[in-house]
Write a protein that binds this ligand. Structure first.
Ligand code: ZN
Ligand code: ZN
Ligand code: FE
Length: 791
């Protein structure tokens, strides 16, 4: 804070402007209570700009008041900036008032994210003597819906979907009593005046005269599928102990293999199925209550088709009062699948009619309510890796929190990629990554995407002056960006991956970026994805990459790993078909005619674009070890291949990463002109040789991980020596592979380099929009110096 103009011995006044997450988190009542404690006269109000305080008192009290605002702020508040100036108009002595909200001229207020039910509310929920006993929408200033109910700012009840409910006397009294813990809790409600539940058949007909939660428990325990309207959208739920029920849901949702998340009522229950570390428990119980990926116990006793081929399960605790009540219904299963309520590939449903129409063929019953969801948001997905949090899907509980950066941006929109899409708005030193939107392949997702951009622009009052998109011309996000009519910057995919991590850690200096990824468009027209870049904030240089392999059939190769397996064998045979009699079993099992077609394509280079993708190399290895020849969800072969290796990796597996000099094949790393190349075919040759002498597929899979780690580490050592760059960033979808990430976090410090990766933002394509926002924004500033400045 700037130097104070408070003179300790005089009666003084000042205006205080506080910015950050200060609305909807009980900040005004907090200020009110402090004011009465220190004997301050004046006012407090929400503005479009944050919280505005006018305060008058004896100077020493004023100083104590200011200090307490900073040191005692409510748990959910995040102050980014406090400014003070002399009081312009006098205040009424002896009173302190909370004013109704006024809209400021330069709105910067941040709307808080949605917050899991707090302990105080849970106690009331379960207390038969309480006014809100068993009320499924209980909340307070410390918990409940926020971002999902906001229509515009300032964050006040008339600008939320709670405006449809007129508070009863009890609720009004709490809402207007500064000493009450529901003072200005915008979603405040009770069973007399607030939202309520309804029970519907799949035909849409409402069933009256029943207790909806009791009906839901009965249906779930009978193995039926129930659609639950929640906080940010619908969940589809079944009994997670019941294999047949899980299969039914999978068949109806057309989701044969992709892992399903499970909600368990408490920590004791979670521990029965998964061991939980300290950091994992903290994350599970945080105000966010995200899905946390946990290792399944060896004697895992839930249905075995929840996460087939994967040793982890996504688990979360109940985060709304409705969830807590549901688990307490007689007969309710102890473990419930809670998967996004959407038809395959489409965004999660939010409105009742929409859900009844689109989920009617999936759910047997619908548990509905009448509190409208303004903003759709999925559950966030996280994991602890090497003691640090990682976010795979950043949504509920995190959005719309900004990331603060040490650079100044003009108003900018980063449009994101094609898979796991997000977008990002930036202005000055704040960037606001959107919630996870999903894969932008169909009209419904595209509408969700465009609506969300418009909504976030409105509530943040950011009017982008420039747009940034991927180099890939065919992403729907690139088309959207091009149609905005703004100055447009196109950013290389893996450069964006790298800068997203640099931004999270405020790295201004160049970094060596290891980006192991699925697919990204390269400026040379080939498909990149196994890259080591010298990354700067506004430009990059490709220093090394994986040896390119052909993708026979283009996009089709990504869903049929056997095609990549054949491409790898073709390369390993020196550019000729691999001998039939030595084909690995899984590939030999593929129809002969299809195989010869692929060999013909490879020989002619027909419809076989080249790629340095790490994801495709993993697909090839998965095919050679017969982990999987066809996939039903993105990344499936790589995930199952990782689990094959992880099942072999004991607690000391990191010691198995060899020194580069110990590798049998130094040709794994070679220099081609200016660039280094990691030989994909050498990995294949090594794997086949190991199989030939009787190594198990699990052993070969683990060896491959260790060899790749050794090569990458040696490459980084050489590149650091040559460039003098000592900082390394790790990003890309393949870095979600725990062995790769843990391995690099282990080896890189041992060659005396500093290593960074994504902790509060996804390192998969969910982070692309952030990287784009920074790169495009700073490129624009450097070309148009009058529109901003770099600090
Ligand atoms: Zn609460
Ligand atoms: Zn009420
Ligand atoms: Fe990517």
């Amino acid at each position: 804070m700037t130097s104070s103009f408070i003179n300790k011995n005089r009666h003084e006044g000042c205006e205080i402007l506080i910015r950050g997450t200060v609305q909807g988190v009980g900040f005004r009542p907090f200020v009110y209570n402090l004011a009465s404690r220190f004997g301050i006269s004046g006012t407090v109000s929400n503005t479009g700009d944050g919280v505005h305080i006018r305060a008058a008192a004896r100077s020493e009290r004023l100083a104590a008041f200011l200090a307490a605002i900073k040191s005692e702020a409510p748990p959910l508040a995040r102050i980014t900036d406090i400014k003070q100036q002399p009081l312009h108009e006098p205040v009424v002595p002896g009173v302190f008032t909370i004013l109704t909200s006024a809209e400021g001229e330069a709105p910067r207020a941040v709307i808080p994210p949605d917050i899991a039910l707090c302990d105080d509310c849970l106690k009331e929920l379960l207390n038969p003597a309480d006014h809100r006993y068993r009320y499924p929408f209980i909340n307070c200033t410390n918990c409940g819906p926020r971002f999902t109910i906001v229509e515009s700012i300032p964050y006040d009840r008339p600008k939320t979907s709670m405006k449809a409910f007129r508070m009863c006397k009890v609720c009004t009294r709490e809402y207007t009593d500064p000493a009450n813990r529901r003072f200005h809790a915008q979603p405040n409600a009770c069973s007399d005046c607030g939202p309520r539940l309804f029970w519907h058949e799949r035909s849409g007909r409402r069933i009256e005269g029943v207790v909806p939660l009791a009906e839901a428990a009965v249906a779930l325990s009978a193995g039926q599928v129930v659609a639950l309207r929640g906080l940010g959208g619908f969940h589809l739920s079944v009994d997670a102990r019941n294999r047949a029920a899980v299969d039914l849901l999978r068949a109806r949702k057309n989701r044969p293999d992709k892992p399903l998340a499970v909600m368990l009522p408490n920590m004791t229950s979670i521990r029965r199925f998964c061991p939980v570390g300290r950091e994992e428990e903290e994350l599970l119980r945080s105000t966010i209550h995200p899905i946390v990926l946990l290792r399944k116990r060896i004697d895992f006793a839930l249905a075995d088709n929840l996460a087939p081929g994967c040793g982890e399960l996504g688990v979360m605790l109940p985060y709304t009062p409705l969830h807590h009540l549901l688990f307490r219904q007689p007969g309710c299963p102890e473990a419930l699948v809670m998967t996004s309520g959407n038809a395959s590939g489409a965004p999660i449903c939010t409105a009742n009619e929409d859900a009844l129409r689109r989920l009617g063929h999936i759910a047997d019953f619908f548990l509905l309510h009448n509190r409208d969801i303004v903003t759709r948001i999925d559950d966030s997905v996280t994991r602890i890796t090497s003691g640090r949090p990682q976010i795979f899907r950043r949504a509920r509980g995190y959005v719309p929190q900004p990331v603060e950066i040490p650079w100044h941006l003009p108003p900018v929109l980063g449009c994101g990629a094609g898979l796991k899409s997000t977008f990002c708005l930036g202005r000055d030193t704040s960037v606001f990554p959107s919630q996870h939107i999903g894969d932008l392949f169909n009209l419904e997702s595209y509408e969700f995407y465009t609506e969300s951009i418009e909504h976030l622009q409105r509530v943040l009052r950011i009017e982008p002056q420039i747009a940034v998109c991927d180099l890939h011309p065919d992403y729907m996000s690139s088309h959207y960006a091009a149609e905005l009519g703004l100055p447009l910057y196109r950013v290389q995919h893996h450069h964006a991956h790298a800068v997203a991590v640099m931004a999270e850690h405020s790295l201004s200096e160049p970094a060596l970026a290891v980006v192991l990824d699925g697919t990204g468009y390269g400026p040379d027209g080939t498909i990149w994805g196994g890259e080591v870049l010298l990354a700067e904030l506004t430009r990059f240089k490709r220093l090394a990459h994986l040896e390119q392999l052909p993708l026979p059939g283009g996009d089709a190769a990504a869903t049929q790993p056997w095609r990549m397996g054949m491409a790898a064998l073709f390369a390993a045979a020196g550019g000729a078909p691999w001998p039939e009699e030595r084909l690995p079993a899984g590939i030999a099992a593929i129809d002969t005619h299809r195989r010869s077609t692929i060999n013909a394509m490879l020989a002619k280079g027909f419809n076989s674009p080249l790629t340095s993708s790490c994801g495709r190399l993993f697909d090839a290895m998965a095919a050679l070890l017969d982990v999987r020849q066809h996939i039903s969800y993105e990344g499936q072969a790589a995930i199952e291949f990782e689990w094959l290796a992880r099942a072999r990796a004991d607690a000391n597996w990191l010691d198995r990463i060899p020194q580069f000099s110990q590798l049998e094949r130094p040709a794994l790393l070679c220099k081609k002109g200016e660039k280094w190349e990691i030989s994909s075919t050498e990995f294949v040759t090594l794997a086949l040789a190991a199989l030939a002498v009787g190594a198990t597929p699990g052993e070969v899979a683990l060896q491959f991980h260790c060899q790749l780690l050794a090569v990458l580490t040696e490459l980084l050592r050489r590149l650091a020596d040559r460039t003098g760059v000592r900082q390394v960033v790790l990003a890309g979808g393949c870095m979600q592979n725990r062995l790769l990430l843990e391995g690099l976090l282990h080896t890189i410090p041992r060659i005396n380099l500093e290593v960074f990766t994504g902790e509060s933002l996804p390192i998969n394509d969910g982070g692309i929009a952030l990287g784009q926002t920074i790169i495009g924004g700073l490129q624009h500033v450097s070309r148009n110096p009058h529109e901003g400045h770099q600090s």
